[in-house]
Design a binder for this molecule. Structure first.
Ligand code: FAD
Length: 544
C-alpha cells in the first residue's frame, strides 16, 4: 500500500489526507502538524474574541482521534517535519515537546506548511509580549487571555486586510476600543477607492478608529507610535500585515522557489523533487487572468489544490487553471465581496479599463430587508472582457460576486452579464438582477451610448465649478445636495431644456445614478453630446 506523508494539518494538509483516503482505502496516511491542533478553522479564529464562537475548542473541527476513527488517518500533533531526504524518500520528524527525532518513509510527500505571520523588524518593539499574530487556536487564546489578564481597554490592529478588519470588528464587539492602522490610503486592497469609503464609514460608525496613510514605527507596553510622532493607546497589538510562505523546510531540501517567494510547483502541484507535492498558502500560484505568478492566502484554493494534487498521484487528469481570488467578509452591518482586478489594479497593469457602478436594491424595494447594493464591474474598455467586480451592501453581496466570478471563469464579457437569466421573486431579487444592471450599463458604456465620470471626481468638479445638475426631486435636494449642484428634477427636465447647456460639459447625478442615467440617455437622444452621468451619484458620494 502507498505511504502518504503530509506536512501541515490544516486547510491544505487535512484536505490532502481526506482526499487520499477517499481514493485509496489501503493507503497509510500520516499528517504531521507542529502545533497542538489539526483540522481547525483559521477563518473562524477572530470570532472567538467576540465569543461568537463560544469556546476555543469549538474552533477545532477534527481531533486526531476523529481523524483516526473516521478516516483511519494518523494525525500527529506537536510534531514538526524538520528535514526531507528526497534520495531515500524519508522525512525527519521532531517531537516538539521532547525534542526526540524520528524518521518516517514516504512514497508521496505533500507539503502544506502555510505562511508565517509577518512581524516587520523595522517596527521597534515588534517582538514584545503584547504583540500578537493570528494563525492558530493557540494564538487567539493567547491574545484573548492577555487582554483579560491585563484588563485591556484599547487594542491596536495593524493592517487593514480582511484578517485585520475581522479582528477589529470582533474586538469591538468584545468591548475594546480598537484602532485599525493601515499604511496605504485605504483598507481592503480588493476594493477601489470609491467603494472602500463605504467600508471606512462603516468602521467609523462602529467606533473603530481607522487610521490610513499611517506607518507604525514603534510599540511599547501601552501605546503604538506612528511615523507622524502620534501615539495611540494600546494594551495589546495585533499584527495583521500578511504572511510569508513557510519555505524553510522546502529550501533546506533544495526545493525551488518561484519569483514571489512561494514554493514553485508545476501544473500538477509537483515540486522539483520527485514524489514531493506542495499546496496551499506556501506555494506560488497563477493568476487566472494574466497567467502571472502570484500568491494567494485563501482557503478555497488551498483545499482545491490539495484535491487536485492527490488526484494526480492517483492518475486522475487535473488542470491548474489559476485563481481569480473570489472572496468575501462581513464588516459590521455590511458585507463585502470581490473577485479579480480592481479598476486601480487594471490601470497599474496598463490595461484599457472601464467600470460600471450601479446601486440597485438587492430585492424589490417594498420588501422587508431590501437594501442598496453597490456593485462595480471592471472590464476591458475595448472588448468588454471582465477583469473583476466588487460589491458592498447589507444583503447577500457574495451572490452577485459569485455570479460574476462564474461568468469570468467562462471567459465572459459584460454583455454576458446583461444577458444572464437569473431567479426573480420580490423577496429575493429585482426583475433585472443587480448583475444584469451592471452588465447592461457596462455594455452601454462599451458601445459609447453614454458617458460617465466616477464619483471620486466630484470634489474636483466642484472645485472647478463644473456644471453639476441634481435630477432628484426638490424635497430630496432640499434635504442635502452637492454645494455647487443646481436642481433640475427628472420630472421637469423636458420642459427646462433651455437651462441645460449644449456647449460646456454637464454632469448629472441623482441618488443612485439610475434616474440621472435615464436623463443622460434622454439628453443624448435629444442631441446633447457633452453630458456625463456621475457613477454612484449622491448615495456613493455620501459614503465617500
Ligand atoms: P495553514 O492552514 O496555515 O496550515 C499550515 C499548517 O502547517 C500550520 O498549522 C503549521 O503549523 C503547519 N506546519 C508548517 N510547517 C510545518 C512542519 N515543518 N511540520 C509540521 N507542521 C508544519 N481564507 C478564506 O478563503 N476565507 C476566509 O474567511 C479566511 N479567513 C481567515 C482568517 C484568519 C484569521 C486566517 C489566519 C486566515 C484566513 N483565511 C481565510 C486564509 C486561510 O485560512 C488559508 O488560506 C488556509 O488556511 C491555507 O491553508 P494551508 O494548509 O496552506 O495553511
Amino acid at each position: 500500500s502507498k505511504k502518504i506523508v503530509i506536512v501541515g494539518g490544516v486547510a491544505g494538509g487535512a484536505s490532502v489526507a481526506a482526499r487520499a483516503r477517499r481514493l485509496d482505502e489501503q493507503a497509510q496516511i500520516t499528517m504531521y502538524e507542529k502545533g497542538p491542533d489539526v483540522g481547525f478553522s483559521n477563518c473562524s479564529l477572530p470570532y472567538y474574541l467576540s465569543r461568537t464562537v463560544r469556546q476555543a475548542q469549538q474552533l477545532v473541527m477534527m481531533t486526531p482521534a476523529q481523524f483516526k476513527a473516521q478516516y483511519n488517518i494518523e494525525a500527529v500533533v506537536n510534531h514538526e517535519v524538520v528535514q526531507i531526504n528526497a534520495a531515500n524518500q524519508t522525512v525527519q520528524v521532531k517531537n516538539c515537546q521532547t525534542g526526540d527525532l524520528t524518521t518516517d518513509h514516504y512514497d508521496e510527500l505533500f507539503l502544506a506548511p502555510g505562511t508565517v505571520a509577518n512581524r516587520p523588524q523595522a517596527i521597534d518593539g515588534v517582538q514584545g509580549e503584547q504583540v500578537f499574530t493570528l494563525r492558530n487556536v493557540t494564538d487567539v487564546v493567547a491574545l484573548d487571555d492577555y487582554l483579560h489578564d491585563h484588563q485591556a481597554t484599547h487594542v491596536a490592529v495593524i493592517g487593514g486586510g480582511f484578517i485585520g478588519i475581522e479582528t477589529a470588528e470582533n474586538l469591538t464587539h468584545a468591548g475594546y476600543r480598537v484602532t485599525l492602522i493601515e499604511q496605504r490610503s485605504q483598507v481592503l486592497s480588493t476594493l477601489d477607492d470609491d467603494l472602500v469609503q463605504i467600508v471606512h464609514k462603516q468602521l467609523h460608525d462602529h467606533h473603530v478608529n481607522v487610521l490610513v496613510n499611517q506607518q507604525v514605527t514603534g510599540i511599547s507596553k501601552s501605546a503604538v507610535t506612528l511615523a507622524s510622532g502620534e501615539t495611540i493607546p494600546a494594551t495589546a497589538v495585533v499584527m495583521a500585515v500578511g504572511g510569508t510562505p513557510d519555505v524553510r523546510l522546502a529550501q533546506l531540501a533544495g526545493i525551488q522557489l518561484g519569483q514571489t517567494g512561494g514554493i514553485q510547483v508545476n501544473q500538477h502541484y509537483q515540486t522539483n523533487l520527485p514524489h514531493v507535492y506542495a499546496v496551499g498558502d506556501a506555494i506560488e500560484s497563477q493568476d487566472a487572468l494574466t497567467h502571472q505568478a502570484k500568491r494567494l492566502g485563501l482557503a478555497w484554493p488551498a483545499q482545491m489544490e490539495a484535491r487536485r494534487a492527490v488526484d494526480h498521484v492517483y492518475g486522475r487528469p487535473i488542470r491548474n487553471r489559476g485563481f481569480y481570488g473570489a472572496q468575501c467578509l462581513p464588516v459590521f452591518e455590511l458585507n463585502v465581496a470581490s473577485v479579480g482586478y480592481t479598476e486601480a489594479m487594471g490601470r497599474q497593469q496598463g490595461w484599457s479599463v472601464q467600470s460600471a457602478l450601479v446601486i440597485p436594491t438587492d430585492k424589490v424595494g417594498l420588501m422587508p430587508g431590501a437594501h442598496p447594493i453597490y456593485l462595480k464591474v471592471v472590464f476591458d474598455a475595448v472588448t468588454g472582457a471582465l477583469y473583476g467586480a466588487q460589491a458592498v451592501g447589507k444583503g447577500d453581496v457574495d451572490k452577485q460576486i459569485d455570479i460574476i466570478a462564474t461568468v469570468m471563469q467562462q471567459h465572459g464579457t459584460v454583455e454576458d452579464l446583461g444577458d444572464l437569466e437569473l431567479c426573480y421573486q420580490p423577496m429575493f431579487s429585482t426583475t433585472k438582477n443587480a448583475v444584469n444592471f451592471a452588465g447592461l450599463v457596462a455594455t452601454n458604456l462599451l458601445n459609447g451610448e453614454y458617458r460617465q465620470v466616477p464619483v471620486t471626481t466630484v470634489r474636483d468638479l466642484v472645485s472647478k465649478n463644473a456644471d453639476i445638475i441634481d435630477v432628484r426631486e426638490p424635497g430630496e435636494y432640499a434635504r442635502g445636495h452637492i454645494t455647487t449642484a443646481r436642481n433640475i428634477p427628472m420630472s421637469q427636465f423636458r420642459r427646462r431644456l433651455a437651462e441645460i447647456s449644449h456647449d460646456h460639459p454637464v454632469y448629472l447625478h441623482c441618488a443612485t445614478a439610475k434616474r440621472s442615467y435615464n436623463v443622460t440617455r434622454a439628453l443624448g437622444n435629444l442631441g446633447y453630446t457633452n453630458v456625463y452621468n456621475v457613477a454612484g451619484s449622491f448615495n456613493a458620494l455620501c459614503e465617500y
